[in-house]
Design a protein around this ligand. Structure first.
Ligand code: ATP
Ligand code: MG
Length: 415
């Protein structure tokens, strides 16, 4: 019997994991600077939460959910995205009762039953933020800037911010009619998903990947915005201008759910083909209410980590991710070997990264091992040195070797 990982999943091995940690650390550090705090919610929730929170007419709910009946005969779903669970936790834990607005971030695996390909998996990972408790356009701009800075500080080039306003439900109702008038004549030429969405949620038709190129002449939702929506959108753009964040207005960028309001945005990379969207988000002033909470506005984004890793690779960006070992200890002789074990433990307790040989290998093989681990130093202890309370310390960078007092070893290694 041979076992293999499930289709569309990945094993992240040492060497790769360090890169992921580097990117995750970047996200955490940015969130600290922007004053967003981490929230961790369950990896599965009641199915109905996603049906409501993500929307019945989305690809996710229509085709991609990992849904199962648990032993208590409840329908559960592995989370396909982060927002619904965070909103549920915000409501259930009454975070809206706190005096300040709520600024949260999350990171972790998401699950969607999709056809795997480059940049598309069944288990993938997102970094996302959600802000609750204010409809102020300055927060829209802040959230966009956070995502933008994340890609910038990782060194990615050519990432574009696209923004749009999807208005309010009333605005969309008016736009819906104009859009339908445009779509009707081409109905027969559209894919079956588009045809069914034309009836249930025409805005989502604009999201279709297959028929995208047919919508060039579609009416712009921006022409349907009312005064309140235009003002909000103008303010968001003005804030972005003030921060010198470059963006492009894309009037066909829609998130066709009833509770999405005002700002919608995406981060797009170039040169990685159909999977060029690294992340997206928007304002959802109706969602908290939809999930059973008070009428609190929210906004957030989700960024796909696999896509980020893919672009880093594509753009040949080397992350300075591997941390070299401080010292590799070599013991020559039985007594020295025992002493090495003691020193190893002491150094590790003091905060150094230290390693030794466990295979009884010759000195030369041990030195090679030290090289592979990119050790800064090798410390060699023979029975003679041991008798004198000394150890030979070799800098692997310069090749220089000197004898130091065993008691001074930690000091010599520095930290
Ligand atoms: P796509 O159009 O690529 O299917 P989406 O609209 O389904 O993306 P969102 O739900 O907005 O994506 O999720 C935000 C981000 O999460 C995406 O931009 C992408 O980077 C990432 N993502 C979504 N689905 C997957 C997946 N199956 N595998 C890897 N990353 C994914
Ligand atoms: Mg998708």
């Amino acid at each position: 019997m041979r076992f293999e990982k499930p289709t569309g999943t990945q094993d992240f091995l040492p060497g790769t994991v360090e890169k992921w940690q580097f990117v995750e650390d970047k996200a955490r550090d940015l969130c600290r600077r922007f004053n967003y705090r981490e929230i961790r919610t369950p990896m599965f929730e009641q199915t109905e939460l996603f049906e409501r929170g993500v929307g019945e007419t989305t690809d996710i709910v229509e085709k991609e959910m990992y849904t199962f009946i648990d032993k208590g005969e409840r329908s559960m779903t592995l989370r396909p995205e982060g927002t619904a669970g965070v909103v549920r936790a915000y409501v259930q834990n009454k975070l809206y009762g706190e005096p300040d607005i709520t600024k949260l971030y999350y990171m972790g695996p998401m699950f969607r039953y999709e056809r795997p390909q480059a940049g598309r998996y069944r288990q993938f990972h997102q970094f996302g933020v959600e802000v609750f408790g204010t409809a102020d356009p300055s927060i829209d701009a802040e959230v966009i800037t956070l995502g933008y800075l994340f890609t910038k500080e990782l060194g990615l080039s050519g990432v574009k911010v696209e923004i749009n306003s999807v208005g309010t439900p009333a605005v969309r109702a008016a736009y819906r009619d104009r859009l339908l008038a445009f779509l009707m004549p081409m109905k027969d030429s559209l894919c079956s998903d588009c045809q069914s969405r034309m009836e249930r949620n025409p805005l989502r038709v604009l999201d279709c990947k297959k028929d995208q190129d047919k919508f060039g002449g579609a009416p712009s939702i921006l022409d349907s915005l009312d005064e309140e929506c235009s003002t909000h959108f103008e303010k968001v753009k003005a804030y972005l201008d003030a921060m010198e964040v470059e963006y492009e207005v894309n009037p066909r960028l829609v998130r066709g759910l009833d509770y999405y309001t005002h700002t919608a945005f995406e981060f797009k990379a170039q040169g990685i083909g159909a999977i060029d969207t690294v992340g997206g988000g928007g304002r959802f002033n109706g969602l908290v209410g939809e999930i059973g909470g008070p009428d609190q506005p929210g906004i957030g984004f989700g960024i796909g980590m696999e896509r980020i890793m893919l672009i880093l690779e594509h753009q040949n960006i080397e992350l300075n991710a591997v941390k070299p070992l401080d010292v590799y200890l070599v013991g020559l002789g039985e007594a020295a070997d025992r002493e090495i074990t003691k020193i190893l433990f002491k150094l590790r307790s003091e905060g150094f990264s230290a390693e030794r040989d466990y295979l009884g290998r010759k000195m030369k093989a041990q030195m090679k091992s030290a090289d592979r681990l990119q050790a800064r130093y090798t410390a060699i202890l023979g029975d003679d040195e041991l008798a004198r309370g000394e150890i030979a310390l070799k800098s692997m960078e310069t090749g220089e070797q000197r004898t130091v007092r065993l008691d001074d070893l930690a000091k010599e290694l520095g930290l």
